[in-house]
Ligand binder design. Structure first.
Ligand SMILES: [Zn+2]
Length: 202
């Protein structure tokens, strides 16, 4: 029933997290019929992003692919960052929030997921090997900044067990509400959470 170009657009939208087929159709019709200029803008932005935006090969942050290898983000390639501290976050949004707070001057590692047996995420699914690869000899402390939720705490404990033998592991202080996302915490709260971090034993 739908023209194939529109069908492709609906299919693409319904591949996004939280977007069902009905919403995908609504988005597609809205763009095509009411916002053709935005559709053109999106097409350029999508193509640009597809060519130049990648995950940092060291930490998982967003990086720009400029032809050089390995692809590193602006934090990994910044010589002024504190090489002794590595901050582990669940998501890139949490890294952004900590960067906005200015409280973390070290480097990061983005896990991309949290331990959650209910959702089928077991310890083997965590990128421990990649994380270990980031633990070069200069690192003296790993700060675990996973959210203060059940999954975030379980992940923190697991990481402390895995890494505790080779490096000091600390956990951000509470202050971020339990179950809350770091992304929505204000800079002062995040600053306190980082400065009040405490050692964890696995
Ligand atoms: Zn990086």
């Amino acid at each position: 029933m739908l023209p194939s170009a529109l069908r492709q657009l609906v299919q693409a939208f319904s591949g996004l997290p939280g977007v069902g087929e009905k919403s995908a159709l609504r988005f597609a019709l809205h763009l095509v019929l009411e916002r053709p200029a935005l559709l053109g803008q999106m097409s350029i932005a999508l193509e640009h992003a597809a060519h130049s935006v990648r995950a940092c090969q060291r930490c998982g942050n967003i990086a720009t692919a400029d032809g050089s290898e390995p692809i590193l983000c602006n934090i990994c390639s910044d010589p002024a960052r504190d090489n002794r501290v590595l901050c582990v976050v669940a998501r890139i949004q949490d890294l952004f929030a900590l960067e906005r707070s200015g409280a973390m001057r070290g480097r990061y590692f983005v896990l991309g997921r949290l331990l959650s047996p209910i959702d089928g995420v077991s310890p083997e699914d965590l990128p421990i090997a990649q994380l270990r690869a980031c633990l070069h000899e200069n690192i003296t402390e790993v700060v675990i900044a996973t959210p203060p939720s059940v999954a975030g705490e379980a992940t923190a404990l697991h990481l402390a067990r895995e890494l505790g033998d080779s490096v000091t592991v600390s956990r951000i202080a509470s202050g971020v509400p339990h179950g809350g996302e770091l992304e929505f915490a204000d800079a002062i709260t995040l600053g306190r959470a980082i400065s009040g971090r405490q050692g964890v034993r696995g």
